[in-house]
Design a protein around this ligand. Structure first.
Ligand code: HMG
Length: 808
């Protein structure tokens, strides 16, 4: 039967199938007890398989053992093929190479539930097939499959014949040839198979004048029942060639070989889903349908896209073929050749939107392949794993296996097209590929999930990102005194900071792991120059964004230069200095955001962090919804302490740095007690208030950190004390100068020190009065009197300049 005739027959069958979508595959339905269990499971709709992928592998195997009591579940874990068995299968055997085995779930094919073993190394393929299988079964009633009889063709070439007479002779003796053939495959005939027919085809002419210059092929059509059939077809071609030669009476016997392009042995899978039920992620059904059709048309018209389109299909087909011990190379060859039969290379699946009599729109998807699948013979008897995979798949017949392969191929393609049309392939694929990257980067198993969550949150899936996370995890575990096991049970949020500028010694990258209460969704904050990240940052931290942090960082050196620290060299320890400064700026930002965003509760949060950092066991009941900033602050301080302990030998400097951070934490918290009226602000306690508030501009940290870039031999504990005192003096001056400047700009933020000074002096309406400003700044100088003996005018000019630049 010619290909076009076969196609016509298929179309009549499909037209017959499509309208009522009746189920087809009654033949050889040898259901096992697990089928009955699966059937009553499917009645309880997808319950038993739902979330299967979230279970640990041990639990998955246990579930399989419960569903398939005769299954030796460990066969998949410990491997099935002994070296001896492997040595029998291939030549020069030196062992085995393994592939992961997973289960394609939710496949409803002709009303029957299938669990489909799939063997492959590529992530997201099994998830995609299972996701779409669920989608199609829930919204379209599953896949409808039709298969034709398992007829394979073997070809015998005859060279130097007169085709028309040879064809006549073969046709006339076709039954004789069929009988001869069947006499050579009695076992197959006993199974109900055997030779079904003979046909001929002229393939080309020899360049001779000879009358018998045709080269023809005689094809034997062999029903091979449950076997794949290539061996039998090759054998029969060799055994029948002489017999047929005698019938033709001329010519030389050429090649005798079966063909993989088994267009008599077709399998078609088909689904039909109402367009109004196609909604997925943020797109409605219509948009998804249009996206699928556009993706399909791209594959129809661009051969480069056709290649990947069909590769996606074979992702699924090959994975099942490998798991069920089928000849995936033969299946591949047949599929890609079949894709060229109409001329040109076309997508193997077809999609269209059709209306039913009521005008309701449906998306119809179809995959049809010439596919030779076996439930018996070949390697199925050699590798014990195949018994297990066939058991899990419900001991399918050869035709049912073909139906499963085309349904998985169709599901694979639909999943890829749906993802490409709706959110891009990387979102789903890379999130699942992330595991591979983590494993290949050597991440310990108990950290894989959180590393994957981190990569997905960042949207970057590479070893560099894994290393960033592991660096952060190292700091986290060190600061948590190594109780990793404790950490592995938690979920984590992350804070990724990337500050980049040519004036910085190098790009500063910070990765922080932040513990997340189980009732909270992890938050993954990125502080980078990416506009989206800036927006997210602004939501939490208000107006002081990425650019502000960068400006502060770059200006910090100028302050140090005018302070003339002994032997200060800007480039010495530059990257460590910038990294420490960045962390202190972030600590300052987070503290301010907590105090401003959470009001009185914010003070509680800072007290909780303060006590944690001070190592006291006072427990604070912090609402879990405030977890992110609370734990981010704790982690920032712990990371700060980590870098100080790791890099600073000078004990006094280490202590001064930590002490000053604690002073700013305490100071800022206390200053807000005045602002929220918890502590009444009076003339008597104003100096304490402004002392605390001055920690808003943490210059002591900047100077202490830049001591690292000095000649360490000249850094004594006394000198460090001097710098701390100097820092506190200039902080007080700076905050007073800043707030006077802000008040002139009508800043009526209640934490403005000058504005509060005016209020307690009953002059809050006279902020522009120069006399008041002078009196206020003088009162600040009086507070600083006697604290240090150095002239700070040059420093203060630099600070005034920076404050103007920063417009703070
Ligand atoms: P989703 O719909 O977001 O998943 O898809 P969901 O979370 O809603 O879960 C729905 C069901 O999907 C689950 O049911 C599971 O059955 C399954 P539940 O168990 O919840 O009742 N599922 C999973 N199964 C196992 N492991 C998982 C998993 N997640 C969901 N981790 C999904 C998420 C990744 C499936 C989706 O984004 C997707 O289909 N992406 C396409 C991925 C793809 O096509 N990968 C193939 C490799 S890429 C390629 O090489 C081929 C390509 O180039 C071909 C082409 O170009 O055409 C793309």
């Amino acid at each position: 039967m010619s290909y076009t005739k076969a196609l016509k027959r298929l179309q009549t069958i499909r037209a017959h199938v499509a309208p009522n979508l009746v189920e087809e595959t009654k033949e050889g339905d040898n259901s096992t007890h697990s089928d009955s269990m699966l059937r009553n499971v499917s009645n309880k709709k997808a319950s038993i398989w739902s979330g299967f992928h979230q279970k640990p592998i041990k639990d998955r195997i246990n579930l399989l053992k419960r569903l398939y009591p005769t299954l030796d579940g460990d066969i998949f874990l410990k491997g099935s093929l002994t070296p001896a068995q492997a040595d029998m299968m291939v030549e020069n055997c030196v062992g085995k190479i393994e592939l992961p085995l997973g289960l394609g779930l939710n496949f409803l094919i002709n009303g029957k539930e299938y669990v489909v073993p799939m063997a492959l190394e590529e992530p997201s393929v099994i998830a995609a097939a299972s996701s779409v299988a669920k989608f199609v079964s829930e919204r379209g009633g599953g896949f409808k499959v039709h298969t034709t009889a398992p007829v394979m063709a073997s070809q015998i070439v005859f060279i130097g014949v007169n085709y028309s007479s040879a064809k006549y002779l073969v046709d006339m003796n076709s039954q004789k040839i069929v009988d001869f053939c069947n006499s050579h495959c009695r076992v197959m005939v006993s199974y109900g198979g055997g030779c079904r027919g003979v046909r001929t085809k002229k393939i080309y002419e020899l360049q001779t004048e000879d009358e018998s210059r045709d080269v023809m092929v005689v094809e034997l059509l062999i029903d091979v029942q449950e076997s794949m059939g290539m061996n039998l077809c090759n054998t029969l071609a060799e055994r029948c060639s002489e017999f047929i030669r005698n019938i033709i009476g001329e010519g030389k016997i050429g090649l005798r070989i079966a063909t993989n392009l088994c267009v008599e042995r077709m399998a078609t899978s088909f689904f039909k889903i109402p367009v109004d039920k196609l909604a997925w992620k943020d797109l409605n059904g219509k948009e998804v349908a249009q996206g699928i059709i556009r993706a399909y048309e791209f594959a129809v018209h661009d051969i480069k896209r056709t290649a990947t389109h069909n590769k996606g299909i074979m992702n699924g087909v090959d994975a099942v073929a490998l798991a069920l011990g089928q000849d995936w190379r033969g299946i591949e060859a047949a599929a890609h050749t079949y894709a060229t039969l109409d001329g040109g290379y076309r997508p193997l699946t077809k999609y269209r939107i059709a209306k039913d009599t009521s005008g309701r729109e449906f998306l119809l998807g179809e995959l049809e392949l010439p596919i030779a699948c076996a439930s018996k013979g070949g390697v199925l008897g050699t590798n014990p794993a195949y018994n297990a995979t066939h058991l899990v798949a419900g001991q399918p017949t050869g035709r049912q296996i073909a139906g499963i392969l085309v349904s998985v191929g169709l599901a694979q393609n639909f999943a890829a097209m749906r993802a490409l049309a709706v959110e891009g392939i990387q979102k789903g694929h890379m999130t699942l590929h992330a595991k591979n990257i983590a494993v290949s980067a050597g991440v310990p198993p108990n950290l894989i999930d959180e590393v994957v969550a981190f990569m997905s949150s960042k949207g970057t899936f590479d070893v560099g990102t894994v290393e960033d996370y592991m660096k952060a995890h190292k700091i986290y575990s060190v600061t948590k005194k190594g109780n990793i096991s404790e950490s592995s049970k938690k979920t984590f949020s992350t804070c990724f900071v990337k500050i980049d500028h040519p004036d910085l010694a190098e790009t500063i990258i910070l990765n922080l792991i932040i513990e997340t209460p189980e009732d909270q969704k992890p938050i993954h904050l990125s502080i980078t120059q990416d506009p989206e990240d800036k927006k997210a940052f602004g939501k939490i931290f208000g107006d002081h964004s990425y650019d502000w942090i960068l400006k502060i960082l770059l200006l910090s050196n100028q302050l140090t230069e005018v302070t003339e620290l002994p032997g200060y060299q800007k480039t010495h320890q530059a990257s460590l200095c910038y990294r420490l400064k960045l962390i202190t700026i972030l600590i300052n930002r987070v503290v301010t955001a907590i105090l401003r965003n959470y009001k009185e509760e914010g003070i509680e949060i800072i007290e909780s962090v303060y006590s944690v950092c001070k190592g006291s066991n006072v427990e604070y009941k912090i609402p879990s919804s405030h977890f992110f900033l609370h734990n981010l602050l704790t982690e920032l301080i712990a990371t700060y302490r980590y870098y100080i302990d790791e890099n600073i030998d000078n004990k006094f400097l280490r202590e001064a740095l930590i002490e000053d951070i604690m002073i700013s934490l305490f100071g800022l918290k206390e200053s807000y007690k005045y602002l929220y009226g918890i502590t009444g602000l009076t003339k008597e306690n104003y100096s304490i208030f402004i002392g605390h508030s001055s920690k808003r501009i943490n210059l002591t940290q900047v100077l202490l950190i830049d001591i690292l870039a000095c000649d360490q031999s000249r850094i004594t504990s006394e000198y460090i004390k001097h710098i701390v005192a100097l820092g506190q003096v200039i902080e007080l001056k700076a905050v007073s100068i800043r707030d006077v400047h802000k008040a002139e700009l009508n800043d009526n933020s209640n934490y403005n020190c000058y504005y509060n000074w005016l209020k307690i002096h009953g002059k809050d309406a006279q902020r522009m009065n120069e006399k008041n400003k002078v009196e206020f700044l003088k009162s600040v100088d009086e507070l600083n009197a006697g604290k240090i003996s150095v002239d700070t005018s040059k420093i203060m000019n630099q600070i005034k300049f920076n404050l103007l630049l920063l417009n703070v």
